[in-house]
Design a protein around this ligand. Structure first.
Ligand code: AMP
Length: 521
């Protein structure tokens, strides 16, 4: 029987785990490391490098080394976040015909799903090498705040990589499964998850093996990368002040500064100051210029404190939504590399009046939870009975004047199903248009459009007579489906709308074909 794995597909690092008996264990990558950089690089000789190999040559090949792709999955090219990111990353982004972001590598445009598939394919290979056996099934984690499109895109990436996704689960939920299995205690917990690209807060109750998510909130565009970018901007400003040279358009210099910034940020979690030293970073008529700068922990905190403070707005909101006070939280679990920053731990301790738990490695806990979920699905783990997750975003439809009506409220336990009856507004109306959106704003323009469909063939009747049942359903993967049925005619007519990742099934299959052909060359 082939093995089943849990995958934490992270923005900066990814991790794979499996269950040995009842104990989650990390599967090392081909180089023996517990986590793998989520980086893909295309060399001038046409080679594709993944993980550490890709990261190692990022400085010499910055334009063709793709990192943090998860931040761009199913993002619109023209969105403010993507346009901001473009100024800071050394590789090129392009616009797909549907408006999504694509990566430009030489003359090829590649979808973020394909890049993610390359990383997943590598992780699959690591697991297969480890087991000496084929690995087909996996549970994959996503940020709790991922919308439907982003979840579907992750599933499509897995399919391209040859993996069958047993379930997509939220990263903080996975973390609390790992925590729950370890402590076996009933508790109300908060999972504070800040990785490279995203921030999530999840409140959860563990009661006799039942894991009940009480609420979740967050921002899929707030993470460690933003901390790095603050240091990068500061270094560029200081360098220009001191040398009169602007480095912001120099891709090679930018990549070197970015790496040094991230390294200094990590070091400042353990020391009070560190030196950034980048010789020959720029030049002018007078010759080469060197960047040499001391950065203190205090400076880093000054540059980034507002990013941490922003996370408390989401925490407040999730507590309000779950009708809980901060002092009702028994434990706070930290997930994601960025939570190693001392100021984050300090502000969390102030807020919850208790120290967060640090004994479970924040880089591995999510993958471990994913492997536990594989056993829950297969029914092989008896200790944990049930996982009740929630939908992070409300689901609803457009009504008159571009208003949004919620049908399934955020933080509703999933899977869930709601049916609403609709009717026609005009005499002899043969068609009803249903526009499905996800989000919290009353204005549809501020929400995410999932799908539009027309229910056609309604029997002629006066306005208000036909009865059309529209059913909204969110499955255990957190993915929504909507179907409609015309009850008046007695003729059953239902339409199912699935979110798309932007790639059609044909495109996914053609990518799989192309990948296989390349591999067999
Ligand atoms: P993850 O997505 O969980 O792998 O988190 C990666 C993020 O954590 C990156 O932005 C890293 O720079 C950041 N990170 C990793 N280690 C540390 C550390 N010791 N101090 C601060 N940030 C860190």
């Amino acid at each position: 029987m082939s093995q089943t794995i849990g995958i934490d597909l992270g923005t900066t690092y990814s991790c794979v785990s499996y269950l040995e008996g009842n104990e989650p264990k990390v599967i090392p990558n081909l180089e023996g490391m517990q986590t793998t950089p989520s980086v893909v690089s295309f060399t001038s000789s046409g080679e594709k490098l993944i993980g550490n190999l890709a990261l190692r040559q990022a400085i010499t090949n910055p334009q063709n080394t793709i990192f943090a792709i998860k931040r761009n999955i199913k993002k619109k090219f023209t969105s403010r976040e993507v346009q901001e990111a473009r100024k800071k990353i050394p590789y090129e982004l392009a616009e797909a015909p549907n408006g999504d972001v694509m990566v430009q590598v030489d003359s090829n445009t590649i979808s973020p799903q394909e890049i993610s598939a390359m990383i997943l394919g590598y992780l699959k290979k690591c697991a297969e090498t480890f087991f000496g056996d084929e690995v087909i099934q996996a549970v994959i984690t996503v940020p709790a705040h991922f919308n439907d499109h982003q979840r579907q895109a992750t599933k499509d990436a897995a399919q391209i990589a040859g993996l069958e996704v047993l379930r997509v689960i939220n990263e903080p939920t996975a973390a609390s499964l790992a925590y729950g299995l370890e402590t076996k205690k009933d508790a109300t917990i908060a999972v504070y998850d800040m990785g490279g690209g995203t921030f999530d807060i999840t409140l959860m109750e563990i009661n006799e093996g039942i894991f009940h998510v009480l609420g979740t909130n967050g921002n899929s565009y707030l993470g460690g990368e933003d901390f790095d970018n603050r240091i990068v901007s500061w270094l560029i400003e200081e360098f220009e002040k001191e040398n009169g040279v602007d480095l912001s358009d120099d891709k090679l210099a930018l990549q070197r500064i970015k790496e040094a910034a991230e390294k200094s940020k990590r070091e400042l979690s353990y020391t009070l100051e560190t030196e950034i030293n980048l010789p020959f970073i720029g030049s002018d008529k007078s010759g080469s210029k060197h960047l040499k700068k001391i950065i203190t922990r205090t400076k880093l905190e000054e540059l980034t404190k507002d990013l941490i403070q922003e996370t408390f707005l989401y925490i407040d909101q999730s507590l309000t939504d779950a009708n809980l006070d901060a002092d009702k939280i028994d434990e706070v679990i930290l997930v994601g590399g960025q939570t190693r920053m001392p100021l984050i731990k300090e502000l969390i301790t102030d807020f919850f009046k208790k120290k967060p738990i640090e004994r479970i490695n924040p880089d591995e806990i999510v993958a471990m939870g994913a492997s536990i979920q594989t056993a829950i699905i297969k029914g092989t783990l008896k200790d944990l009975i049930l996982l009740l997750d929630v939908t992070p975003l409300s689901l609803g439809i457009e009504t008159e004047k571009e208003r949004f009506v919620k049908i399934i409220e955020k933080n509703t336990t999933t899977p869930t199903k709601q049916t609403m009856a609709f009717t026609t507004v005009e005499h002899d109306q043969r068609r009803v248009r249903v526009h499905i959106l996800q989000g919290e704003s009353e204005n549809i323009r501020e929400n995410i459009s999932l799908a539009v469909f027309d229910l056609v063939g309604i029997a002629t009747a006066p306005a208000g007579v036909p009865q059309i049942d529209v059913t909204f359903e969110i499955d255990a993967d957190g993915i929504a489906r909507v179907s409609a049925k015309d009850l008046t005619t007695g003729r059953e007519q239902s339409i199912e709308v699935r979110p798309t990742s932007g790639l059609t099934p044909e495109e996914i299959h053609s990518i799989i074909r192309r990948t296989r052909e390349k591999e067999s060359e």
